[in-house]
Design a protein around this ligand. Structure first.
Ligand SMILES: Cc1ncc(COP(=O)(O)O)c(C=O)c1O
Length: 465
């Protein structure tokens, strides 16, 4: 190839297993369909089409905008309402104030936190929040270490591995969260190797991909270590409202436990719709910076955002604000009634997954294990037999021979976790129960058939191994 540009400092990033799967799916689907097999989706982590039909949202948003227009007292039908002007103009980096005020009141109320609207930094979803944080701490050019779970969110791995002077130090987990001693050791190991350690990144509720939520005791242990060691906790929180726990038993997010130690990443992608990509990063942390000065982390992030990835969209933020108001345009007391509409679907899907696995595989407790998610979209399925290797070939055969699409877990383990244990995740699959092609009763049937087909495939493939 005749290169237009010589750029020997650039490297091609590895392709994630989810993207590889998406790329190979059409070919595998053709093989499966040629055998008369139906395709069963247990791979995609997308919100269900039943809860992401935008038409209801758009109608409510339009009515809300009309309400804002009336509220402004704009009687001349040709006059430009202020909210509309602002929605399409350059705005402050913090975005429209009313959205932050409404969100601070509703979200703060739900989680028992006095959220300060002046510290709510709009981001392009949680993905934008992750990127912003990494950019801030990578900017000085010094070696930086991110502490995270093994396994961890693929989007975080992808963003962290973009930076040549950033390294991940991962922490193994049991069924309550990361091992506290290992968390402390990882921080200390990173420091001893000359890295600056700004934060521990995690997804404590409905962990993607680990398929469980951290216990309260473990959250407290993590927080104690973060305080003692002087690191922040970055809490990625897309599934806090996609919760299956009784209201009284819902664990507290780190945001509520210590907002000065936490950077909380909220996203509207699951409680609302992912397309508009609305999110907020919230923290009350202060940082000792060069010259012995102190700065608020929000201010540092704000400067980073305004110079680097200022993509917040005032129109999308005003649209998101409509979710915070009910049909009579009274500000909601809580987002839980909004969540409930989604939970009706996800709760039923989760029940179908767990009940079907239990009915088909429950008698083989020595061969198979799966997590019971208290929140989120995923359960991790483990083959206990020892001879199964859930590699790319295994998942390709699951599609081609059984029509079942699942995601192997190994790629979610950071490189250092795979060095510690070359078999990490190699006996596991991530099962998603969020996505189906159909809605209503057909959705439930489709998912039940999918889990049934998966269980048959798991039995057959492990018997063969
Ligand atoms: C843990 C985690 N973080 C972030 C995201 C992406 O969030 P957003 O749509 O806000 O970019 C997801 C979505 O799948 C996720 O599971």
């Amino acid at each position: 190839m005749n290169a237009t540009l010589d750029a020997p400092t650039l490297a091609q990033q590895p392709v994630s297993v989810t993207r590889k799967m998406a790329a190979s799916l059409p070919g595998l689907r053709a093989v499966a369909e040629a055998k008369g097999l139906r395709i069963h989706h247990l791979g995609a982590g997308y919100p269900n089409p039943e809860v992401t039909d935008p038409r209801g949202f758009i109608a409510h948003e339009q009515a809300f905008f009309e309400h804002l227009r009336r509220q402004e007292g704009v009687n001349d039908p040709h006059a430009l309402p202020e909210f509309l002007r602002e929605s399409y103009a350059y705005t402050d980096t913090l975005g429209p104030l009313s959205v932050r005020e409404s969100f601070a009141a509703v979200y703060g109320g739900d989680w028992g936190v006095a959220v300060d609207p002046a510290r709510l930094l709009p981001t392009v979803g949680a993905t934008g929040g992750i990127s912003l944080l990494c950019s801030l701490f990578e900017r000085p050019g010094a070696p930086v270490a991110y502490i995270t779970d093994a396994p961890t969110y693929a989007g975080f791995l992808a963003r962290a591995s973009l930076c040549r002077h950033a390294r991940i130090f991962s922490v193994d987990m049991d069924d309550e969260g990361p091992y506290p001693d290992e968390l402390r050791r990882a921080i200390r190991r990173a420091r001893a190797a000359g890295f600056f350690v700004p934060f521990y990144y995690t997804v404590p509720d409905g962990h993607n991909p680990a398929g469980f939520s951290f216990s309260m005791a473990r959250r407290q242990a993590i927080l104690d270590i973060a305080r003692e060691e002087g690191v922040l906790i970055v809490e990625d929180a897309p599934y806090v409202y996609i919760s299956y726990a009784d209201a009284a038993l819902r664990p507290q997010p780190f945001l509520a436990m210590d907002p000065a130690r936490t950077v909380h990443l909220f996203t509207g992608s699951k409680i609302g719709l992912p397309g508009p990509r609305v999110g907020f990063a919230y923290t009350e942390a202060s940082v000792a910076i060069e010259g012995g000065n102190a700065a608020s982390l929000t201010d540092l992030l704000l400067t980073e955002a305004s110079a680097d990835i200022l993509f917040q969209n005032p129109r999308a933020l005003r649209g998101f604000e409509s979710l915070l108001f009910d049909e009579s345009f009274k500000r909601r007391d809580s987002l839980w009634p909004v969540a409930e509409k989604k939970l009706e679907v996800y709760r039923e899907n989760r029940e179908i997954l767990l009940a079907t696995l239990d009915a088909k595989l429950g008698m083989h407790a020595a061969r198979f294990h799966w997590t019971t998610p208290e929140a989120g979209f995923f359960s991790v399925f483990t083959f206990l037999d020892g001879d199964i290797e859930t590699n790319d070939d295994f998942v390709a055969r699951m599609v081609a021979e059984y029509g079942v699409v699942v995601i192997p877990m190994y790629d979610f383990y950071p490189a250092d976790a795979r060095e510690r244990d070359p078999k990490a995740g190699r006996d596991q699959l991530r099962l998603s129960f969020c996505f189906t092609e159909h809605t209503g009763r057909a959705r439930a049937t489709e998912l039940a058939v999918a889990v049934d087909a998966f269980a048959d495939a798991a039995l057959a493939m492990s018997a063969r191994a």
